[in-house]
Design a protein around this ligand. Structure first.
Ligand SMILES: Cc1cc2nc3c(=O)[nH]c(=O)nc-3n(C[C@H](O)[C@H](O)[C@H](O)COP(=O)(O)O)c2cc1C
Length: 209
């Protein structure tokens, strides 16, 4: 690992490249990654903190930037869901290596309206709907039991029938309080800009790398 060294060559990031609204700037970066067809361009590593102050992280998929927040879907009764119920402060990071770009968002997670989650659930492939319905996410499980439960549900809801969204499944919107844009530069003299919400406005500053 010590010998792994990557130089960053891409042109840097200046104030002039940045939009005043960091949420729209983040959308631009996510869109750039999606349009370039980078693998899992919308994957974000989400960190939560439990009631007793222990952090944990995992990858989830960003499914929209709506009403000023970042939306992902999950099981509300998962480990991350339990953490968010106790402490809505979360942080996520997205890294797009080929672009030398890192986006960090800190904010508060809130559940989106159930109808909005149902609409998204209905748009998912049938297999994803079935697996969401049988998975008690974050609980110990046996592969055999999961497959048996999925086969049973598959029979219960033949192709074409609506699979109801589990009550414990849905979306969160992360409403940002701080957003940071990092861009790799040669010799590790990277560019970093941080936006902090200041009342209704966003204040922006450059940070040392
Ligand atoms: C590429 C990738 C995408 C994932 N997307 C999601 C997702 O959108 N929602 C989700 O709940 N879990 C997703 N997972 C699984 C999570 O990483 C994690 O295992 C799961 O949410 C349980 O996390 P928890 O026990 O910490 O709550 C994804 C995993 C990977 C590797």
């Amino acid at each position: 690992m010590k010998d792994v060294r990557q130089e960053y060559h891409a042109p840097g990031l200046t104030e002039a490249d940045l939009l005043a609204d960091p949420v729209e700037q983040a959308r631009r970066w996510v869109d750039d990654a999606i349009n370039a067809e980078l693998p899992l361009a919308n994957a974000m590593t989400l960190a939560t903190v439990s009631a007793d102050g222990r952090p944990s992280s995992r990858v989830v998929l960003l499914k929209g930037i709506e009403d000023g927040g970042f939306v992902f879907f999950t099981h509300y009764d998962s480990r991350k869901g339990d953490d968010i119920a106790a402490n809505p402060n979360v942080s996520f990071v997205m890294f797009w290596g080929p672009f030398d770009r890192q986006l960090i968002v800190n904010g508060r997670a809130e559940k989106i309206p159930a109808q909005q989650s149902r609409n998204y659930f209905a748009s998912r492939p049938r297999g994803s709907q079935l697996s969401a319905a049988v998975s008690h996410q974050s609980r110990p499980a046996s592969r055999e039991q999961l497959e048996a439960d999925m086969a049973k549900l598959d029979e219960q809801y033949p192709e074409g029938e609506t699979i109801p969204m589990p009550e414990t499944w849905g979306g969160y919107r992360i409403v940002p309080e701080e957003i940071q844009f990092w861009h790799g530069r040669p010799s590790r003299l990277h560019d970093r800009f941080r936006y902090i919400r200041d009342g209704g406005e966003w204040a922006r500053e450059r940070l040392a790398p």
